[in-house]
Design a protein around this ligand. Structure first.
Ligand code: ZN
Length: 102
């Protein structure tokens, strides 16, 4: 068992858990029930944690997490040239190649 992520909310943890599971990475959410005792615990300890069963899959899990975080980093921005919506981390439009970020 190895911890690969600390999620801000249980909803995030569930989403990550489902995604990892769909990639064939068995995992568990720990600390799920700790939120009820928030007053007694340091804040960080009450957040849901994602633990994977197989340490050998740590790198794969981290990579998947990175992709998820990048994909949800922004809602996306419309291209000023063609109006196509691009992910927020794109520097140029995937459709027409025009520069974004303005
Ligand atoms: Zn464009």
């Amino acid at each position: 068992m190895r911890r690969v992520h600390i999620a801000p909310t249980l909803l995030d943890a569930q989403l990550i858990s489902d995604t990892l599971a769909s990639l064939g990475i068995p995992n568990h959410i720990l600390n799920v029930h700790a939120s009820g005792a928030l007053g007694d615990l340091p804040f960080m300890q009450a957040q849901p944690e994602i633990w994977i069963e197989d340490d050998a899959q740590t790198e794969r899990a981290r990579e998947a997490l990175l992709h998820m975080q990048t994909a949800s980093a922004s809602d996306g921005a419309p291209c000023p040239r063609c109006g196509e919506t691009n992910p927020g981390n794109f520097l140029s439009c995937w459709n027409c190649g025009g520069a974004l970020g303005g």
